[in-house]
Design a protein. Structure first.
Length: 382
C-alpha cells in the first residue's frame, strides 16, 4: 500500500499536465460546461455514432505499424469516452515512450496502474521504456510502479475445470425429431459470444443449430467497457503450449455436448480471425468429428512455429476435412495472402479446399459466408 499511495500522490501532482492533452485551451472546465444545458437535451445520434471497437482496431493497426503518433490520437479518443480503459492508457504510455516524451509516458503509466493494469512482468521487460532509461523522472516512476507490483507477489497459473458460457440458437421452426447441421462459431480476438451471435442472422438457407462458445481468456489483463476474450493465452511460451491443447479440448467438448442434446448430422466449425486459427487446428486434429471448417480472415497455424498447436502429421492425417477459406482483399489486420498460402498448402496435401477472396476488410462477409455454406453442402452431395 505504501507504493500505491506514492503512485497516487504522483498522479495528483502530474494530473494538471495531462488534463489538457486533447484540448487546445488550458482553461478549467466546470461540470455545468461538460454536461448538456438540460438533462433533456441529449444528442443520442452523436452518442450512438461513437464506435469504440473501430477506434481500438484502428489504433492497434497503427500501433503495429509503429506509427505511434497517429496511434496515440486514437487511444486519446478512446480514453475520452472511457477514462478507466487501463489497456488504452498503457498503450499511450508505450506510444509516448517511443516518442521520447517522458512526462506523458509517466502520466499514462501511472494512470494505467490506477485503472487496474497489472502485468508488471511485461512492464519490466518492455523495450519501449528502456528508451527513457536515462530520464530521471521516468526512471523514478518506473521504479515505484515495479515496487508496487513486487508487493503484490508472484503470479502463478493453476489448472482448473471451469464452466464457460456458450450461446445456442436453434432454428425458429425447430423440430426435436429432425436432424440438423451443427455450426460452431469461434469469434475473433477481443470478441465475445454475444457479438458473434449476429452470424446466425446471415444464414439464408438451410437449418442450422448455431452455437457460439466464448473464448476462455480475457483479451487483456483487465476488463474495459465490456468483456473481451481471447482463445490463446497471452504470456509465457510454456503456458501457451499448455493452454492451446486445453482450448481445443474445450471446443470439442462443445461439439460433443451439442451432439448429445440434439440430433446432429454434421459438425462444422466457423472461425474468424484468431478464431480461424483454432477452427483450422481443432478441425484438422479432429477430422473424425468435424466435417468442415470455414475460416474467415485468419491464418493456418504453422507447424514449424507452433508444433504444440498443430503438427505436420496432423495436417497429413486430417485431409478428409472440407475447408472453405474466405478473406477480404482490403484486410489491414491479416493479409489475404495468408489465405492464399493456406489454400496452396492444403491443396498440396489433397484437402478438398476452396478459397474465396471478396472485396472488403477484416470481417465475416455475409455473401461469402452463404457461399461457404452452399459449397460445403454441395460437396457432401457430389
Amino acid at each position: 500500500m505504501k507504493h500505491l499511495r506514492i503512485i497516487l500522490l504522483i498522479l495528483v501532482y502530474l494530473c494538471f499536465s495531462i488534463s489538457a492533452i486533447s484540448q487546445d485551451k488550458q482553461d478549467s472546465v466546470t461540470p455545468e460546461q461538460v454536461i448538456s444545458s438540460s438533462i433533456l437535451e441529449v444528442d443520442f445520434d452523436r452518442l450512438n455514432s461513437i464506435n469504440i471497437e473501430n477506434l481500438e482496431l484502428q489504433a492497434y493497426i497503427l500501433f503495429l505499424k509503429n506509427d505511434f503518433e497517429k496511434a496515440a490520437k486514437y487511444y486519446l479518443n478512446i480514453i475520452e469516452h472511457n477514462i478507466d480503459d487501463a489497456n488504452s492508457l498503457y498503450q499511450l504510455a508505450y506510444c509516448y515512450a517511443m516518442m521520447k516524451n517522458s512526462e506523458y509516458a509517466s502520466n499514462f503509466l501511472i494512470m494505467a496502474i490506477n485503472a487496474g493494469y497489472n502485468n508488471f512482468s511485461k512492464i519490466k521487460d518492455e523495450e519501449c521504456f528502456k528508451v527513457l532509461a536515462n530520464n530521471t523522472g521516468f526512471k523514478n516512476t518506473l521504479y515505484e510502479v515495479l515496487s508496487y507490483g513486487k508487493d503484490l507477489g508472484e503470479t502463478v497459473y493453476v489448472d482448473a475445470n471451469v464452466l464457460i458460457k456458450c450461446r445456442v440458437i436453434v432454428p425458429k421452426n425447430y423440430n426435436p425429431n429432425k436432424s440438423y447441421s451443427l455450426l460452431i462459431g469461434l469469434h475473433g480476438f477481443g470478441g465475445n459470444a454475444e457479438d458473434f451471435c449476429i452470424i446466425n442472422s446471415y444464414i439464408e438457407s438451410g437449418d442450422f443449430i448455431y452455437v457460439v462458445p466464448e473464448a476462455p481468456y480475457l483479451k487483456d489483463d483487465v476488463g474495459n467497457r465490456k468483456y473481451q476474450y481471447s482463445w490463446d493465452f497471452r504470456g509465457q511460451k510454456e503456458l501457451w503450449e499448455k493452454s492451446d491443447p486445453a482450448v481445443m479440448r474445450y471446443i470439442i467438448n462443445v461439439v460433443d455436448q451439442m451432439n448429445r442434446k440434439y440430433k446432429i448430422d454434421r459438425n462444422y466449425l466457423l472461425g474468424f480471425s484468431q478464431g480461424a486459427a483454432y477452427a483450422y487446428a481443432t478441425g484438422i486434429k479432429n477430422s473424425d468429428k468435424i466435417d468442415a471448417v470455414i475460416a474467415f480472415g485468419g491464418r493456418l497455424p504453422d507447424p514449424e512455429i507452433y508444433p504444440w498447436f498443430i503438427s505436420n502429421e496432423d495436417l497429413i492425417n486430417g485431409k478428409d476435412l472440407k475447408i472453405f477459406i474466405a478473406h477480404g482483399t482490403n484486410d489491414s489486420a491479416i493479409s489475404y495472402k495468408k489465405s492464399n498460402e493456406a489454400r496452396k498448402k492444403l491443396s498440396k496435401l489433397n484437402y478438398d479446399v476452396e478459397l474465396l477472396l471478396f472485396e472488403g476488410g477484416h470481417i465475416v462477409n455475409k455473401e461469402a459466408f452463404n457461399e461457404a455454406l452452399n459449397w460445403i453442402d454441395s460437396s457432401f452431395h457430389k
